[in-house]
Design a protein around this ligand. Structure first.
Ligand code: NAD
Length: 492
């Protein structure tokens, strides 16, 4: 009887994995062989005369060459942004500013398919994710903040909201276009100008956004997009003519930035790492909860700062949840990011894959029990099987440190107080999830979990109107919603 059931299950998994490929077309996509720096409304060669390659992590092939901005290039970009701020943007009527933003939002929508494909090619995320989440949400951020541009007196009644000047914005590789929109839109709505640097492994959609910005006739210098790695980011942070730093990335770099700007006039928002707890109580709808856990850590390769990377399951349903989770993991498809059937795409870079593999070893050395789905991995590119660890203790490194990959640690708990203590016991505090039938339990936990966002009976839900940000080593400041206007303003 058990064998028949296992065979049926195996057939189900095999048929899920053996779907015919359904590849997204590349016909809407044009990737230039070389990208320059976008400064003062023009694409300019870098003074550094240097370029670096950006590759497709799913096959390790080069997609394009991208300029490296050195200190002199950063200086040019900051100068252009300052000039545009003083001469045009600061004094432009807010409803006029909004018109440009609406235009950019519409243009992102019009070219959504191209953006989605490039995001998946350059970053490795499944096309379903770029198409249905990243790109629409990026456009929505421009729409949402365009709406605020001429309503700041309603956002902050009886106060005069003044812009700060030039914002230096540095973003990571996990949501390249979305993070760019998340940073640029509130800055423009509040009358600031921008120098933005995308991550070195995923610069292409930000540079495509630069082309849209140029086409939109936004006054030159209001948005400058420059590329490069750590040195370029550091030069932005240290530039004396920048008034605000908006950074999203690792806690380690966030601390470097915090030290670099201490004692200066620069304001900052730091959106850093996370180690979110996803908590399942025994009265939760278990199938729905397991689906939420899968969505929270495995989709998008776990490359999400708010990924639910620690699962806590109430003891009485622990075995049941583990079983359901393993069954569901077996149906996940790891593979070509451009295939619409793919659930888990490529890990963003070799360096990140090495880092994940390092943690898989650490977890086993710490005595945790590792289980990976049995799927095949593509022969080329950077891929990782969805992985869970059981028999984990709270002090294990895999339960404390951010892995940023499709790796989940699982522990059981008995009482509310115990799980609250365990969930809060990390250096991070970005997000958390609670799965239960009881509203009272949700309110009890949401008020005690030290996390910027707590989702109840869902996970990883975003909306431009909703603020996002961390506690503790997950950073400070809020982005999104009305709260996201404040870091770009001085209220007098
Ligand atoms: P990272 O910190 O290595 O790099 C982020 C950006 O900072 C890149 O553009 C990089 O070039 C730049 N940079 C690197 N060193 C710098 C320096 N010394 N000065 C200035 N800039 C510098 O992070 P990553 O690996 O690209 O992204 C993953 C991290 O981002 C994870 O820790 C994740 O949790 C975090 N993240 C947080 C949020 C959030 O909202 N809290 C969102 C997405 C990602």
């Amino acid at each position: 009887m058990a064998t028949t059931k296992n065979n049926t299950l195996k057939l189900k998994f095999d048929s899920a994995r053996n779907l015919s490929p359904s590849l997204e077309s590349l016909s809407a996509v044009k990737i230039e062989p070389r990208f320059e720096l976008f400064i003062n409304g023009k694409f300019e060669q870098p003074l550094s005369r240097k370029y670096f390659a950006t590759i497709n992590p799913a096959n390790e092939e080069k997609l394009a060459e991208v300029a490296v901005a050195n200190k002199a290039d950063v200086n040019r970009a900051v100068h252009a942004a300052r000039n545009a701020y003083e001469k045009v943007w600061k004094t432009m009527p807010p409803n006029e500013r909004a018109k440009y933003m609406y235009r950019i939002a519409r243009m992102i929508q019009e070219r959504a398919r191209e953006f989605a494909v490039i995001e998946s090619l350059d970053g490795g995320k499944p096309i379903r994710e770029s198409r249905d989440f990243d790109i629409p949400l990026a456009a929505n951020h421009f729409f949402y903040y365009a709406g605020w541009a001429d309503k700041l007196e309603y956002a902050f009644p009886n106060r005069l909201a003044q812009s700060l000047g030039v914002a230096g914005q540095i973003i990571p590789w996990n949501f390249p276009l979305l993070m760019a929109a998340w940073k640029i839109a509130p800055a423009l709505a509040t009358g600031n100008t921008v120098v933005l640097k995308p991550a070195e492994t995923t610069p292409l959609t930000a540079l495509k956004l630069a082309a849209i910005i140029q086409e939109s006739d936004l006054p030159p210098g209001v948005v400058n997009i420059i590329t490069g790695a750590e040195e370029t980011g550091a030069a932005i942070v240290e530039h004396p003519n920048i008034d605000k730093i908006a950074f999203t990335g690792s806690t380690e770099v966030g601390k470097i930035i915090q030290r670099a700007i201490s004692g200066t006039h620069k304001k900052a928002t730091l959106e850093l790492g996370g180690k979110a707890a996803n908590i399942i109580f025994d009265d939760a709808p278990l199938d729905q909860a397991v689906e939420g856990v899968i969505n929270g850590i495995f989709f998008n390769q776990g490359h999400v700062c708010c990924a639910g990377s620690r699962l806590y399951v109430q003891e009485s349903v622990y075995q049941q949840v583990i079983k359901k989770l393993k069954d569901r993991m077996e149906t996940l498809i790891v593979g070509d990011p451009l295939d619409k059937n793919t659930d888990i795409g490529a890990i963003n870079s070799r360096q990140q894959l090495d880092n994940i593999n390092k943690y898989l070893k650490i977890g086993q050395q710490e005595g945790a029990e590792m289980y990976q789905s049995s799927c095949d991995l593509p022969k080329r590119g950077f891929f990782c099987r969805p992985t869970i660890f059981t028999n984990v203790s709270q002090s294990n490194r895999i339960a404390q440190e951010e892995i940023f990959g499709p790796v989940l640690t699982i522990q059981s708990f008995r009482t509310d107080d115990e799980v609250i203590e365990k969930a809060n016991n990390t250096p991070f505090g970005l997000s958390a999830g609670v799965w239960t039938d009881k509203g009272s339990k949700i309110f009890n936990l949401t008020s005690k979990l030290k996390a910027g966002v707590v989702w109840a009976n869902t996970f990883n839900k975003f909306d431009p109107a909703s603020p996002f940000g961390g506690y503790k080593e997950s950073g400070y400041g809020r982005e999104g919603g009305l709260h996201g206007l404040l870091p770009y303003l001085k209220l007098v």
